[in-house]
Design a protein around this ligand. Structure first.
Ligand SMILES: Cc1cc2nc3c(=O)[nH]c(=O)nc-3n(C[C@H](O)[C@H](O)[C@H](O)COP(=O)(O)OP(=O)(O)OC[C@H]3O[C@@H](n4cnc5c(N)ncnc54)[C@H](O)[C@@H]3O)c2cc1C
Length: 384
């Protein structure tokens, strides 16, 4: 891993930095603006990135990206983070759905679905979790039955982020209950705009309804919307999950560093940098941020070498979520009651951080992955 930028990388960084300076996002809606206003703001921002060719530089040129290397992609997230711009509205499409289609999709699927992901014309959501299948995704019950050239899907999904704005859902459903549970799954692209799919928002502790329940009753999916072949859904879903942990992990560690800088500034303002307990907590967070940054870079180097993100992304996600919870708690201690006041950005950060150790794989499950697939430790055999 060489962290010195070469000439091409420096040129890439300077071009992006210049564009961001000349094209800042519109004024941010207030922290207590409703969900629709927040979403419209992020959609507008993605359109502007798209118009300038900056929506997904890591995508190959043939799909509308810039064919950026993994290092350039890291620079991209670092520069966006440094400029403190919002996340693109179609983050799940850009970081999860698009890359999954590039690996498993047919030429027709890539041609049809990739362009509107980039332009934010069609938003994507991820329909994996169910009331009785989260960590143990393979035990999901939503079933798809063949009906002529279509599939009829019935079941329930939960915690589906952004479903209320989505046109397409990356849906994993059971197509064969006679085989081992991992083998009976198929990955579909489900059109959300049909009566058979009902979206009910779930309000979170932050007050926003970022995620939803999906009630699906005989939803129709054409055979052409199967991704990666019938019965191959487990492998396709793993590609999505690997991209989720690797792609988001890198963007989030930069945001973590900024929040820490904000806490340090607040502590300095209150004269708390001389306080041994506060200084100790800040030093610990600083070391954690640096470790996560270097691990994220290592993950990118590995992805460059092997062509796909590996299980190390799980380590970054685990450390990031743990550190973000510690950091937002310290912010509340440093800033005081104002950080606990509804509608402020710090109260949002503090409350939103609660879900970090659950979303995208719980910490306990990530520890299992790191133990087994990174460290090569034996699987725990639980007696029946
Ligand atoms: C903010 C947020 C956004 C989300 N967005 C989406 C989304 O867009 N799409 C989507 O499909 N899902 C989404 N999720 C769901 C998320 O992926 C699941 O909540 C997660 O996978 C855990 O599943 P579960 O909630 O069913 O908990 P369970 O799997 O039931 O776990 C319950 C507890 O048991 C522990 N546990 C389970 N299995 C093991 C094991 N083998 N070893 C040790 N401990 C274990 C877990 O760590 C946890 O503490 C979101 C969740 C959150 C919080």
């Amino acid at each position: 891993m060489d962290l010195t930028f070469n000439e091409r990388e420096l040129a890439f960084r300077d071009e992006l930095r210049g564009w961001l300076a000349d094209n800042p996002p519109e004024a941010k809606p207030p922290a207590d603006a409703d969900d629709d206003a927040q979403f419209a703001y992020r959609r507008d921002w993605q359109r502007r990135l798209y118009d300038a060719g900056w929506a997904a530089p890591a995508w190959p040129r043939e799909y509308g990206g810039r064919g950026a290397s993994q290092s350039e992609s890291a620079i991209y997230f670092e520069e966006l983070g440094r400029a403190r711009v919002p996340f693109a509205a179609n983050t799940l499409g850009l970081l999860l759905g698009g890359p999954t289609l590039m690996v498993w999709g047919t030429d027709e699927q890539k041609e049809r679905y990739l362009p509107p992901i980039l332009s934010a014309e069609e938003i994507w959501c991820q329909g994996f979790s169910e009331p009785d299948a989260g960590s143990d995704l393979a035990s999901l019950k939503t079933r798809a039955v063949k009906d002529g050239d279509d599939w009829l899907v019935t079941g329930q999904k939960v915690w589906t982020s952004g479903a209320q704005y989505s046109k397409w859902c990356m849906l994993v459903a059971r197509t064969d209950s006679e085989v081992a549970k991992h083998k009976g799954l198929t990955y579909f692209l489900m059109d959300m705009e049909q009566e058979a799919v009902q979206v009910r928002p779930l309000r979170q502790i932050t007050g926003e309804a970022e995620f939803n329940e999906l009630f699906i009753e005989d939803a129709r999916i054409p055979d052409a919307n199967v991704v990666g072949g019938v019965g191959n859904g487990w492998k396709v879903a793993l590609t999505t999950l690997m991209n989720e942990r690797a792609g988001l992990g890198f963007a989030l560690q930069i945001r973590l560093r900024q929040l820490l800088d904000d806490v340090i500034a607040a502590a300095a303002e209150k004269g708390l940098l001389e306080n041994a307990l506060c200084a100790d907590a800040i030093a610990d967070l600083h070391v954690r941020c640096e470790s996560i940054r270097l691990l994220a870079w290592k993950g990118l180097t590995d992805a460059e070498r092997y062509g796909q993100p590996g299980p190390e992304g799980s380590l970054v996600k685990w450390l990031w979520s743990d550190t973000n919870q510690r950091l937002t708690q310290l912010a509340a201690d440093v800033i005081g009651p104002q950080a606990l006041t509804s509608g402020t950005s710090w109260s949002y950060e503090l409350l939103r951080a609660r879900g970090n150790t659950i979303e995208g794989g719980t910490t306990e499950v990530l520890k299992n992955i790191v133990a087994e697939r990174v460290l090569g430790l034996p699987r725990l055999k639980v007696a029946a």
